[in-house]
Design a protein. Structure first.
Length: 259
């Protein structure tokens, strides 16, 4: 297995006291698999991604990659967030090449790799553009190219399309499936959108309301490429949505009780 999450629990100290975020999370992900983490806001999906990235340490349990415990961040795992977090003083190509400086690649090789991945995300011809000249969708393409340029084994994607309009997001669904097919990356993708999870994922892990636990696993065997309006996908989404709705209501009740 590429990733193994073994009994991970995590609690944060907040103004309200001890707040459990994750409780006894266990699952595995095969090499080249696309797994979506689905659940209501505040259920610990992003916290789990941070633990896998090595940015947070669990209170108990561990995450293993290729059989070895993850002890901290590494270039074999790259996180893509909802906000592109690009450097406004650098052009597109320099943004994509930025992380490669630490790898020891010569400048010419860094630029060649950056331009290769810019072509993959369909931004050829924009390598001299600056961030303020780009649309939201183009910025996220640059962020994706920057992550892919590091050639990680695992992509950790935290609601990367959440800030985009519906039309741009639907376009990204198709493009990400193509990129995944070409690169063979293992992908963990956090979302709260049922159809998005089923469009992209080989498997969907449904999280409960806080503290996050894996309530149910759904396997999606629909042929690719998938589209969010496919009839078979819409039918599959009904079953997932029924389970998700109960967790969303539970999360809302938690917030009301905390208030």
């Amino acid at each position: 297995m590429k990733l193994e999450v073994c009994g991970v629990s995590k609690t944060f100290q907040t103004r309200r006291g001890q707040t459990p975020a994750l409780r006894d999370i266990s699952f595995s992900v095969g090499a080249g698999e696309f797994v979506c983490l689905l659940g209501p806001s505040g259920c610990g999906k992003s916290t789990l991604l941070s633990v896998i990235a090595g940015l947070e340490r669990p209170d108990s349990g561990e995450v293993r990659m290729d059989g070895r415990p993850i002890a901290g961040p590494g270039r074999d795992r790259v996180v893509i967030f909802q906000e592109a977090a690009l450097f406004p003083w650098l052009n597109v190509r320099d943004n994509v090449a930025f992380g490669l400086a630490a790898t020891g690649l010569p400048r010419a090789a860094r630029y060649e790799r950056a331009e290769r991945y810019l072509r993959l995300v369909r931004l050829q011809g924009f390598h001299h553009a600056f961030v303020h000249e780009l649309s939201g969708g183009m910025k996220q393409r640059v962020a994706l190219a920057r992550a892919l340029a590091l050639e990680p084994q695992v992509l950790l994607m935290d609601e990367p399309f959440g800030a985009l309009d519906a039309q741009t997001r639907d376009m990204f669904h198709g493009e990400l499936q193509e990129i995944w097919a070409q690169t063979g990356n293992t992908i963990l993708f956090v979302t709260h959108n049922v159809r998005e999870a089923l469009v992209l994922g080989d498997r969907v892990l449904l999280f409960s309301a806080r503290p996050g636990r894996i309530k149910r696993e759904f396997r999606c065997d629909l042929p690719r490429p998938r589209h969010i309006e496919d009839h078979a996908l819409v039918d599959a989404a009904r079953e997932v949505l029924a389970d998700l709705r109960s967790e969303v209501l539970a999360a809302a009740a938690q917030e009301e009780g905390a208030g």
